[in-house]
Design a protein around this ligand. Structure first.
Ligand code: NAD
Ligand code: TYD
Length: 338
């Protein structure tokens, strides 16, 4: 089989490509625009692999997507390509609509024209909005109503609705997975965990939003890749599957765990002005994917953080190149005077 992976030069997509090349016999085509978040260095180790091909372009470009489908004739399409950072969506929402909504619709059309056997949409638990801190008994299930907070989550929810519309109206064989926060190798250093690791290693202040009490449900990226693999091959058509591992942590505790792991002092922590509309708590109920597909995460949070910290220590060139470039301006714009 041939799997088209969009957004495969980013964090989760690249980990998924490595997972598939190691655990399946399928051919993989990566389609990626190489925005600031896409990185060819990440894919360097697989570029000469005969089962792998790379195509640079935009999922929202009709002619480009058509040419890739004609050339490669994929059986399965997995859509990771997205603008993915909430803070950037607050600063500049329009590109989120173009890529996340129109880009997804363009891929759906191509899948319809070419009769793919499965279109899988990689979505997020953020489409459910947030949960209150004082109700630890509440979790997101697949039936929780969509109730978005940021331009990012609104654009992802709009994409999910389009995927469901193509299932119902055109009988396109689709599935959707909604995952909690991922962490692990090749995570772009604008997101909480890699940002804190890279700044702590440079002994620079660690910007914690608000009081650091917001809770996220952390999932090691390889466990997410295994779940997507199961859903795209064996998940029921037209269905949504939530993916999460009951690894809820307050942001401040995540930051303290990283500092302990690196042997750095807590005096580096700096509380900064909160993110507008900041979601309080995300927490996934993963019962459905466990019951139907037997999936369970393998990596506990402490082990996952140790492995991640070790990866960032062993791969300094990968992230130091990033933070030496345009990222500097981004950091100043986003955090300066906050
Ligand atoms: P990322 O920002 O690291 O990577 C996104 C990739 O998509 C990059 O390689 C980028 O170049 C590419 N891309 C962006 N716009 C494109 C376009 N118009 N055409 C083609 N390629 C384009 O993102 P990530 O963290 O790997 O997230 C991947 C997917 O998983 C996203 O859809 C995101 O919404 C979803 N998700 C992420 C998380 C998380 O914790 N990171 C959690 C749940 C869901
Ligand atoms: P992030 O990694 O941006 O993921 P998301 O907003 O999609 O959950 O942020 C995770 C949490 O960490 C979120 O509650 C915001 C917080 N945060 C900080 O406190 N400081 C930071 O510098 C960043 C990037 C995030």
């Amino acid at each position: 089989m041939k799997i088209l992976v969009t957004g495969g030069a980013g964090f989760i997509g690249s980990n998924f490509i490595f997972y598939e090349l190691a655990n399946s016999e399928d051919d993989i085509v990566c389609l990626d625009k190489l925005t600031y978040a896409g990185n060819m260095k990440t894919l360097a180790s697989v570029m000469d692999e005969p089962r792998f091909a790379f195509e640079r372009g935009d999922i929202a470009d009709v002619d480009f997507v058509e040419s890739v489908f004609k050339k490669h004739r994929p059986d399965i399409v997995v859509n990771f390509a997205a603008e993915s950072h909430v803070d950037r969506s607050i600063e500049q929402p329009d590109v989120f609509l173009k890529t996340n909504v129109l880009g997804t619709q363009n891929l759906l059309e191509a899948c319809r024209r070419h009769g793919v056997t499965r279109f899988h949409q990689v979505s997020t638990d953020e489409v459910y909005g947030d949960l209150p801190l004082d109700r630890p008994d509440l979790f997101f299930t697949e039936e929780t109503p969509l109730h978005t907070s940021s331009p990012y989550s609104a654009s992802k929810a709009a994409a999910d609705l389009l995927v469901q519309a193509y299932s119902r109206t055109y009988r396109l064989p689709v599935s959707i997975s909604r995952c909690s926060n991922n962490y692990g190798p090749y995570h772009f250093p604008e997101k909480l965990i890699p940002l804190m690791i890279s700044r702590a290693l440079a002994d620079e202040p660690l910007p914690v939003y608000g009081k650091g009490e917001n809770v996220r449900d952390w999932l090691y990226v390889e466990d997410h890749c295994a779940a997507i693999d199961l859903v795209m091959r064996k998940g029921r058509e037209g269905e949504v599957y939530n993916i999460g591992g009951h690894n809820e942590r307050r942001n401040i505790d995540v930051v303290k765990t990283i500092l302990r792991e690196l042997g750095k002092p807590e005096t580096l922590i700096t509380y900064v002005t909160d993110r507008p509309g900041h979601d309080m708590r995300y927490a996934i109920d993963p019962t459905k994917i466990h019951r139907e597909l037997g999936w369970l995460p393998k990596t506990g949070f402490d082990e996952g953080v140790s492995r991640t910290v070790k990866w960032y220590l062993d791969n300094k060139a990968w992230w130091q190149d990033i933070i030496a470039g345009d990222y500097k301006d981004y950091y100043e714009r986003m955090y300066g005077g906050r």
